[in-house]
Ligand binder design. Structure first.
Ligand SMILES: [Zn+2]
Length: 346
C-alpha cells in the first residue's frame, strides 16, 4: 500500500511538471483530487484498510493530497509568470527605431474659406449672427416674401421636417430673426450650413452659405456694389473684374447676380492654347453670388417702415467660392474626408 502511494506521488509530480497551460493544470487536478480522482478514491478506500494501519496510511494520503495541491499551485503561478514575461518580451519597444510621426489636425477647407470670407466683412464693420438650422416656414419663406404656394419656393429643393418646419434652404432667415428683434442701423454677416435636396458634382445636400445685409436710413445700390466689389477683390485678386447682372429674388428688389472675371482665362473666354475656357464655358465670367436691395415687403414683415429705411442683402455659397478659388471641380471632395485632399489646405 505504501509503495503504491509512493509511485502515485512520483507519477503525479511528473504530470504536474509537464503541464503547459492552466487548462492542463486543471485537468490534472481533477484527475487526482476531483470527486472521482485517484487520490480521492484512495482516501475513500481507507475503510477497507485494516484498523491498525489506517492512521499511518491516512496521514500519508493526506500529506500526498497537500503536496499535490501545493505543486499544482506552484506550477500554475510559474506558468503565469512565464506568460507575462513572454508578453513583455513581445511587446517591448525598440527605442532606437525612429518614431511614427503624428500628423497634426488641420482646419477643414470649408471652415478656412468661411473664416476668410467672414474676416473681410468683419474688417468692414459687420457683426456675426447665427440662426437655427431647423427653421419654421415663416422665417425660411413667408417673411422673405414667399407666401405658401408661391412659385418662387420651387427655386429651393426643400427638406421638410414637418408641415411647418424645414431644414433651412438658405441663411436668409437670419435676416428676419435679427430685424424682428433689433432696429437699424444693422450690419450683419450670418455664416452657416444650409440644406437642399440636390446632389451632384456642383451641388451637395448640405453646404454652407454666408448671408450678409445692411439696413440704415440711406442705403443705396452703390453701397452694395462697393461692399461686394471690395470683398471679391480681397478674396480673389486685387484687379478682379466684377459685374452685376439683373436677376430675380423674391426678397430683394432690384436683384442682381454678381459675376467675377474668370480666374482661369482672365476673362478672355479662351485659354492660352486658343481653346474655349472650360471653367467659364467661354463667357469670361463666373457667377459668384446673389444680391439686391431688400424688398419693401420684407421690411413690412418685420415691422420696419419701408419709407424710412433701406438696405441691401447678399448671399453666397462657401463651397462654390472655395471651388473657384482653388480650382476644385467636384463639391463632394469636401465631404468625403479623403486626407489626401484635406491635407492640401492649411
Ligand atoms: Zn474662363
Amino acid at each position: 500500500m505504501l509503495d503504491a502511494n509512493e509511485s502515485l506521488r512520483d507519477e503525479a509530480l511528473v504530470r504536474i511538471d509537464q503541464c503547459a497551460s492552466e487548462e492542463e493544470i486543471e485537468q490534472v487536478r481533477i484527475e487526482y483530487l476531483g470527486r472521482k480522482g485517484i487520490l480521492t478514491l484512495r482516501l475513500r478506500g481507507l475503510r477497507e484498510v485494516p484498523v491498525e494501519e489506517r492512521p499511518r496510511i491516512g496521514e500519508q494520503l493526506n500529506r500526498l493530497r497537500l503536496l499535490i495541491e501545493d505543486r499544482l499551485a506552484a506550477r500554475l503561478s510559474q506558468l503565469k509568470k512565464q506568460a507575462q514575461e513572454r508578453a513583455i518580451r513581445e511587446e517591448s519597444v525598440d527605442i532606437s527605431l525612429s518614431g511614427s510621426r503624428w500628423e497634426p489636425g488641420r482646419v477643414h477647407p470649408v471652415t478656412l474659406m468661411m473664416d476668410e470670407i467672414v474676416d473681410v466683412f468683419l474688417g468692414m464693420g459687420f457683426e456675426i449672427a447665427r440662426g437655427p438650422d431647423i427653421e419654421d416656414d415663416y422665417h425660411n419663406f413667408e417673411a422673405l416674401n414667399m407666401p405658401k404656394d408661391h412659385p418662387a419656393r420651387g427655386m429651393w429643393d426643400t427638406f421638410f421636417v414637418s408641415d411647418d418646419l424645414v431644414l433651412r434652404t438658405h441663411t436668409s432667415p437670419v435676416q428676419i430673426r435679427i430685424m424682428e428683434k433689433r432696429q437699424p442701423p444693422l450690419q450683419i454677416i450670418a455664416p452657416g450650413a444650409v440644406y437642399r435636396h440636390d446632389d451632384d458634382a456642383t451641388h451637395s445636400p448640405m453646404f454652407h452659405q454666408v448671408e450678409g445685409f445692411m439696413v440704415d436710413s440711406h442705403i443705396a445700390f452703390s453701397d452694395l456694389k462697393g461692399v461686394l466689389t471690395h470683398f471679391l477683390r480681397q478674396v480673389f485678386r486685387e484687379d478682379t473684374g466684377v459685374r452685376f447682372r439683373p436677376s430675380f429674388f423674391p426678397f430683394t428688389e432690384p436683384s442682381a447676380e454678381v459675376d467675377i472675371q474668370c480666374l482661369i482665362c482672365g476673362g478672355q473666354g479662351i485659354t492660352a492654347d486658343r481653346q474655349s475656357c472650360r471653367v467659364c464655358k467661354g463667357s469670361g465670367w463666373l457667377e459668384i453670388l446673389g444680391a439686391g436691395l431688400i424688398d419693401p415687403e420684407v421690411f413690412r414683415f418685420v415691422g420696419y417702415d419701408p419709407e424710412k429705411v433701406a438696405g441691401f442683402a447678399f448671399g453666397m455659397g462657401v463651397e462654390r467660392i472655395a471651388m473657384l478659388k482653388y480650382g476644385i471641380e467636384d463639391i463632394r471632395l469636401f465631404f468625403q474626408n479623403d486626407l489626401r485632399f484635406l491635407r492640401q489646405f492649411s
